[in-house]
Structure formats: structure tokens, C-alpha cells
Design a protein around this ligand. Structure first.
Ligand code: ZN
Length: 200
């Protein structure tokens, strides 16, 4: 800010600008919006943040977001248990669910391999993924890990580890612009990328 703003306001702007996709300008606009509302609304927002943090845990089966031990997707017995879609983050499940293109289960890796940042297979849920594939009757593994070099090499790593496994490994068609996150993909692109998926 180019005027001497109150410390509490500046602090709020700083906190908001730490959120993904929120620049300083947007953070400032949000801060002014928030402080102009009544105390009740502000408290309700603060409480829902704390409540979400306290109540939400990693699903024990897919590592997505759950309120109990198992998330609603994993708890749904009508889904196709022969396909498993591997994603980087829990938020990557949303475009699949929103487009309605996929009826199987998910598995959240919790990141991608990055030797430069010291992220090894054990730091992700890769060992748990391998155990699950061994244990369950999965016929197709969809590697929906995005298109960054790290994501590509993570998909390759998983594929190589399953070289002797009968599980069919596929990946989404290249309808997704390089470097873009899965969460920003529109329904039509998602549908096409899924329908035209190819073998790894
Ligand atoms: Zn789950």
C-alpha cells in the first residue's frame, strides 16, 4: 500500500495474499470487503476455517479429503472398483467429479517426485499405491498427473514399477495445456482428455 495503512489491515492483506492465486491487489480488495461486513459474518468465516481444519482429515483409503475415516467417494459401493485414477492433489479429483466422466475410485499421491527438492517415492503415497494395486482387483490405472516434467517422470516411475503387472496403465489425452493445473480444466476438455486416454 502506498499510504500508511493500519497494522491490523496490513496483516490481513498479508495473510490473504499468501493464498494461491491471490495477488496483493486482490488481497487488498478482499480485506476491505471483509472489514466492511459485520462482526457476525467475520466470525462465521473464521469459525468455518477453524472447523474445516479440525474436522477434515486425509481419507484412509485414497488420501483425499474426508470428514470421517473414509471419504464419501471411497464409501460409495456403486462405483467401479476396477479402475483407479491417480492424481497429485485432492483438489484434482474435482474436475473428474464435476464432468461426471469417471465412475471409478481415486488415489491422491500428495505431490510428484522431485529429486531437486528431495521428494522421493517414500515421501509420497507411492508405496501405499503399490500395496493397493497388489491387494485389489484393479484392471486400469489412470495416471492423471498433469504435464510438468516432474509429473511426467512420476507417471513413468509408477509405470515402470508395474512393468510386470497385468494392470493396464493409461494417461489422459494431451488436451491439457502444458503447465496448467488439472483443477482449472473445463468440463469439455476434461471429457475429451478422458475419453481419448491412451496407454502409457
Ligand atoms: Zn477416499
Amino acid at each position: 500500500m502506498n499510504y500508511s495503512s493500519p497494522v491490523a489491515l496490513e496483516k490481513l492483506v498479508q495473510e490473504l495474499s499468501k493464498l494461491p492465486g491471490i495477488g496483493r491487489k486482490t488481497a487488498r480488495r478482499l480485506a476491505f470487503h471483509l472489514i466492511s461486513g459485520d462482526r457476525e459474518k467475520m466470525e462465521s468465516l473464521a469459525n468455518s476455517l477453524i472447523e474445516a481444519k479440525e474436522r477434515l482429515v486425509d481419507c484412509r483409503r485414497c488420501y483425499g479429503v474426508a470428514e470421517n475415516e473414509i471419504c464419501p467417494i471411497c464409501a460409495n459401493s456403486h462405483r467401479d472398483n476396477e479402475s483407479l485414477c491417480v492424481v497429485e492433489r485432492a483438489s484434482d479429483i474435482l474436475p473428474f467429479e464435476n464432468s461426471g466422466v469417471y465412475k471409478g475410485f481415486y488415489f491422491v499421491l500428495g505431490g510428484v517426485l522431485s529429486p531437486l527438492d528431495g521428494i522421493k517415492p517414500e515421501d509420497l503415497h507411492i508405496p501405499e499405491l503399490m500395496e493397493r494395486i497388489e491387494r485389489e482387483n484393479i484392471k486400469e490405472l489412470i495416471l492423471a498427473l498433469g504435464s510438468s516434467p516432474e509429473a511426467e517422470s512420476t507417471a513413468l516411475y509408477i509405470d515402470r514399477h508395474l512393468a510386470s503387472s497385468p494392470v493396464r496403465r493409461t494417461r489422459l489425452a494431451r488436451g491439457i495445456p502444458v503447465g496448467s493445473d488439472l483443477e482449472f480444466i473445463d468440463d469439455v476438455t476434461m471429457l475429451r482428455a478422458f475419453e481419448e486416454r491412451v496407454r502409457v
